[in-house]
Design a protein around this ligand. Structure first.
Ligand code: GUN
Length: 280
């Protein structure tokens, strides 16, 4: 089975659109999302445009706040403060990566955790790890929703996560732990990477190495989620060698058209969740 992330994303976005219509009818308000984009890094430009387009389609009022790459940290911090206090804004997202003069930690810490639609603020990270109510980072949330489309009960499954980033690997581990999986995180310094991956009932690959996971790295009938977006010549490929793996496993996400579209849908979901909490 090839998991159709585009279709799942469309279904989720349709649900969100309906929910926003109901919110609008009840409150005469719609969720607002501010995206701060610094510099001219090409992939960020594309991601942010996509976020804005998708937000508008479901009825979220979205704005992109652009700064040149030379902007000072102080200027961005002041804007975040203003957005934290703005009643019509329920979500604030600062697109990463940031230019080197800007301290990522300071920026993330400045965002009101209740408006932190990325789920990167330490309060949200801590709440997720503690099993409390948290904003969950969009990519791992999207991955979990796709996994659960294939298998509802993940209890006792062995999940292996390739990659230990704050963006994906670590929150993915928390989410799968909450689902009662046995979770292993493997990374660039792990010994016997292939053997560890072979144990996985669920394998989530998020390391940014093109075609790293080969046909003989995966267990028969497992679920493979490929978060990688890598460019080879002009082709986008994942971290999993799709052609070698696809016939061996129960389900796999393609790249593109797998996790990517779900990430955006989950950003919209988080924006609505933040709106509801702020207005409850
Ligand atoms: N850059 C790449 N992915 C992301 C993301 O999910 N959130 C933000 N803020 N920046 C990113």
């Amino acid at each position: 089975m090839i998991i159709d992330g585009k279709q799942e994303s469309a279904l989720l976005r349709e649900e969100i659109k309906k929910e926003i219509l109901i919110i609008k009818e009840k409150t005469n308000k719609v969720p607002g999302l501010s995206v701060i984009l610094i510099g001219d890094f090409a992939p960020s430009q594309i991601y942010v445009k996509n976020k804005e387009k998708n937000s508008k389609e479901v009825g979220i009022k979205s704005e992109i706040i652009r700064y040149p790459k030379e902007v000072t940290e102080q200027e961005v911090l002041e804007k975040i403060k203003e957005l934290n206090n703005a009643k019509h804004i329920s979500g604030i997202l600062v697109q990463l990566p940031l230019p080197q003069q800007i301290d990522k930690e300071k920026i993330i810490n400045a965002i009101n955790p209740l408006k932190d639609v990325d789920g990167f603020h330490p309060i949200n990270v801590g709440n997720l790890a503690s099993g409390y109510k948290a904003v969950v980072p969009c990519t791992p949330l999207g991955c979990l929703l796709l996994i659960k489309k294939v298998e509802k009960d993940l209890s006792g499954k062995h999940a292996v996560i390739l990659g230990r980033s704050n963006l994906n690997g670590k929150p993915m581990a928390q989410l799968l732990l909450k689902e009662n999986c046995t979770v292993t995180i493997v990374h660039s310094k792990t010994k016997n990477l292939k053997e560890e991956c072979q144990k996985a009932d669920i394998l989530v690959a998020a390391v940014g190495v093109a075609n790293l996971v080969k046909g003989d790295w995966v267990k028969k009938d497992s679920i493979i989620i490929d978060v990688g977006i890598n460019k080879i010549d002009d082709k986008i490929v994942g971290d999993v060698n799709f052609d070698e793996v696809k016939d061996k496993v129960k389900a796999i996400t393609p790249v593109p058209g797998g996790v990517g579209p779900m990430t955006i849908a989950c950003l919209l979901k988080n924006t609505v969740e933040c709106f509801k909490r702020l207005n409850s």
